[in-house]
Design a protein around this ligand. Structure first.
Ligand code: GLV
Ligand code: MN
Ligand code: MN
Ligand code: MN
Length: 414
């Protein structure tokens, strides 16, 4: 049975879920601080699970707290077509980053229910745990565990600034589910997301067909020195870990400016030190930094330069240097057949459509290692994101959601 002509996204129904979500874990006006596995993340998860159950979906939680909600297919033995994104936010993040993808997937399922259409293949909707990496580093831990990029034991040991582990927090909020041995076979994965950059909005495109991602490398660098008095202690004996961290921070920033002409980005987003008090030299510092470039070769050069800068910063401040974690994503990850399906669907619906690279990290990068995957971008005002002023209108999101609905059905009914 083909998709009935009456099948359509109900943007008001979708919007009501966005507005309910925006009440949970509020931050600065208009924004959200719903950090992974916090009380507000639990509250949002509970609301989401309730909506899924109301829609007749069966809900399963895995051991890292990813939530899977399943709608059976006519042939339920076939691997599912999956939609997903994340419901956690940054500190003072927006109301749409990630959330639009999860609640958009829910709206697709509600639209199919309203139209009385059951797809041949089952559908699954996923909320991935800790996409942001704001509370627990690195980002995309849930999708990374699902696809075998990270092990469960390692992921459960990620700790926040108060020393609480992901494992303890999952147990505390009641979202430690069943352990998965290997990722189950999937038919495909779709992620709808706001662009988080200014291109679609500036150029007036309704739909972004994501062809891949900036080649991105991130790392956490630790410097170890020695505490001492900031006065009498001789300069030549000093091992100031905070100074090493600061040197790396400015070196990474300089790298960003050096590559800015070709669109490269480099950021040291976090510098912490201990004891970080007046009158005493810090003996410990940690820097989290990343470099990103559209051209994988330039991205590799930037990554190499960032690593060298870490060792130079440590040497200059007489500190030991350790790379605690590093991660890499991006490139041409998405399957051509999936990119083509999204593009043809968008053009077939008459939307102004543009190919685009993602510059942010997304769960879809990890899913793409396991199953044919695609991303659909929607414009957001001035590209503002990770900020309480992140803003999308119904008109910004409706075309992309319509493409999600139709591309998912095309894939699930074949
Ligand atoms: C995560 O989304 C990142 O791009 O760092
Ligand atoms: Mn996101
Ligand atoms: Mn984000
Ligand atoms: Mn992200």
């Amino acid at each position: 049975m083909s998709l009935p002509a009456s099948a359509r996204i109900d943007i008001e129904r979708f919007w009501a879920t966005i507005e309910r979500s925006a009440e949970i874990g509020t931050g600065r006006p208009g924004g959200l601080s719903r950090l992974a596995l916090s009380d507000s993340d639990k509250e949002m998860r509970d609301v989401f699970v309730g909506w899924c159950r109301e829609a007749g979906l069966s809900v399963r939680i895995d051991a890292i707290g990813n939530i899977f909600a399943r709608r059976p297919g006519l042939d339920d033995s076939l691997p599912p077509v999956v939609m997903g994104s994340h419901l956690d936010t940054q500190v003072n993040g927006g109301r749409f980053d990630g959330i639009a993808g999860v609640l958009g997937g829910l709206e697709v399922i509600r639209a199919l229910d309203a139209a009385g259409h059951r797809t041949r293949r089952p559908l699954e909707l996923v909320n991935w745990t800790n996409e942001e990496g704001s509370r627990f580093s690195p980002p995309m831990v849930g999708s990374g565990c699902f696809t075998g990029v990270y092990t469960l034991d390692w992921a459960r040991e990620r700790r926040d600034d108060d020393g609480k582990s992901m494992g303890e927090e999952l147990d505390r909020i009641g979202y430690t589910g069943e352990t998965q041995t290997a990722p189950p076979p999937l038919d495909s994965y779709f992620e709808f997301h706001i662009e988080q950059g200014p291109i679609l909005d500036r150029e007036g495109f309704q739909v972004g067909v994501v062809t891949g991602g900036f080649a991105s490398t991130g790392m956490i660098v630790e410097f170890r020195g020695e505490t001492a008095h900031t006065g009498p202690w001789p300069m030549e004996k000093r091992r100031n870990a905070l100074a090493a961290g600061a040197r790396l921070l400015t070196a990474v920033d300089d790298l960003g400016w050096e590559f800015a002409g070709s669109g490269g980005k480099a950021t040291a987003a976090r510098l912490v030190a201990w004891p970080n008090k007046a009158g005493i030299i810090s003996d410990w510092a940690q820097v989290t930094c990343d470099v990103r470039h559209a051209d994988p070769e330039a991205g590799a050069v930037m990554a190499e330069r960032m690593l060298r800068a870490a060792h130079e910063a440590g040497a200059r401040a007489n500190c030991e240097v350790a790379i605690l974690d590093s991660w890499r994503w991006g490139g041409k990850v998405f399957a051509e057949e999936m990119i083509g399906l999204v593009r043809e669907t968008a053009l077939g619906r008459g939307y102004s459509t543009r190919d685009i690279l993602s510059q942010a990290g997304h769960d879809a990068y990890f899913l793409a290692r396991h199953t044919p995957s695609a991303m659909i971008f929607a414009p957001c005002k001035n590209g503002i994101t990770h900020n309480n002023n992140e803003l999308c209108t119904r008109e910004d999101l409706a075309p992309g959601l319509d493409v999600l609905l139709r591309a998912v059905v095309a894939r699930a009914d074949r």
